[in-house]
Write a new protein. Structure first.
Length: 253
């Protein structure tokens, strides 16, 4: 547990070596990164999984926050553990926090891996369907329909995401996104970027796959496409994600 003022952050740690921070998607927890964390440990890295406020045992104020506040929590973890500069990998919503951290505290970040990041602009209807995926008031059958169509590629089991949602964190993170000017971080990349795209991600249509490399150039951005995976990505192909991360991190040296 990392204590910073009124905030208590649970951090799961696997291994020793250069630090790799794994940040979960909207309203999700870091527990589901376990296979990736173990693969990183075997490869000689220290995998850090800080739970966001309102998730697991992490607590702290949830109102009036923006993405800079949430990125500050990750910075506090790195500073307290003395493990920076680190590679910071964020899944979907988590990549917002990762990139904001790189902008706010570049000395703590070696590189940013964005995992199944949505396009800069995607249909608002998808946001509404994500809310239904995590709406515990709906039946499992209803939620499975949305999970299958929004998050998971064909052949993967969406039922693994019936659990693992944290309603208070969802509200906090949605409000933080709304409170943050996207222009304060999206056009900025102080460190190398790895853009890991899911081949069947409805949030990242094929005609948007070059967004980051078009903005920042091939010298800064490495793009990897993982076929037969959806926006969920982490529970679908964890070992493939870990392999791509390890290969890219080693190029940073």
């Amino acid at each position: 547990m990392i204590s910073t003022g009124p905030t208590q952050l649970e951090v799961l740690v696997n291994g020793t070596g250069p630090a790799v921070v794994l940040l979960p998607s909207l309203g999700r927890d870091s527990y589901e990164f376990a296979p990736i964390a173990r693969d990183l440990e075997v490869a000689g890295f220290c995998a850090l999984r800080p739970q966001p406020r309102g998730v697991g045992s992490s607590t702290g104020p949830l109102d009036g926050l923006d993405l800079h506040d949430l990125a500050g929590d990750v910075a506090d973890v790195l500073a307290t553990l003395g493990t920076g500069p680190a590679v910071v990998a964020g899944h979907a919503f988590g990549h917002y926090v990762a990139r904001v951290l790189a902008v706010d505290r570049p000395e703590l970040v070696r590189g940013v891996a964005v995992l199944a990041a949505g396009a800069r602009r995607f249909p608002s209807s998808l946001t509404a369907r994500v809310a239904k995926c995590s709406d515990l008031g709906l039946t499992d059958a209803e939620r499975l329909l949305h999970l299958r169509e929004v998050f998971f590629a064909e052949g993967h089991d969406p039922s693994v995401w019936l659990d693992g949602w944290w309603p208070d964190a969802i509200s906090c993170q949605r409000a933080a996104m709304s409170a943050t000017d996207k222009e304060s971080w999206w056009p900025i990349a102080p460190s190398p970027l790895l853009d890991v795209q899911a081949g069947d991600d409805v949030f990242r249509p094929a005609d948007t796959r070059s967004e980051l490399i078009d903005r920042f150039g091939a010298d800064l951005v490495t793009t990897v496409l993982i076929p037969e995976s959806g926006h969920a990505l982490i529970p679908e192909v964890p070992h493939e994600v870990a392999r791509v991360l390890v290969e890219w991190i080693r190029t940073l040296d």
